[in-house]
Design a protein around this ligand. Structure first.
Ligand SMILES: [Zn+2]
Ligand SMILES: [Zn+2]
Length: 114
C-alpha cells in the first residue's frame, strides 16, 4: 500500500502554479506570525510541521513572505477558488466545460477532503 504523504507534501506535489489561483488575505492585514507561516494565514491557528500546508513563496512589492495554513482553512479556500474561478478565468471554455486550472483545483479539493 502506498504511503500517504503529509498534507504539505500533497499540496506542493500539485503544480505550484495552482497557488496563485487560491486567494490569500491581503498582506498588509496580516500579523507577522501569519506572514512567516507560524500561524495559519487565514484563521490564525498555530501550525506545526505536521499540520501546516505550505503555500509557497509570495512576493509583494519586493517583500517575500511564506504563508502556510491549516487543513480546514485550505479546504475552504480551495473550495472558494474552485467555485469562483470561472468568473475570473479567460480560459474556461464555457459553463459546462472546465479549463485545466479549474480541473486541478477540483482535484486538489478532493485530495484535501480525504
Ligand atoms: Zn486555518
Ligand atoms: Zn478556467
Amino acid at each position: 500500500m502506498p504511503e500517504v504523504p503529509a498534507p504539505s507534501t500533497r499540496l506542493m506535489s500539485n503544480p505550484a502554479a495552482l497557488v496563485p489561483h487560491i486567494p490569500l488575505p491581503r498582506l498588509e492585514l496580516l500579523s507577522d506570525a501569519r506572514t512567516r507561516g507560524a500561524e495559519c494565514v487565514w484563521g490564525g491557528e498555530r501550525l506545526t510541521v505536521e499540520t501546516a500546508i505550505d503555500l509557497g513563496k509570495h512576493t509583494d512589492n519586493g517583500f517575500s513572505w511564506f504563508p502556510r495554513a491549516c487543513l480546514r482553512c485550505t479546504r475552504s479556500a480551495v473550495r472558494t477558488a474552485r467555485d469562483t474561478h470561472p468568473d475570473r478565468c479567460t480560459e474556461c471554455p464555457g459553463p459546462t466545460s472546465l479549463c485545466d486550472t479549474r480541473r486541478a483545483l477540483h482535484d486538489l479539493l478532493l485530495e484535501l477532503l480525504r
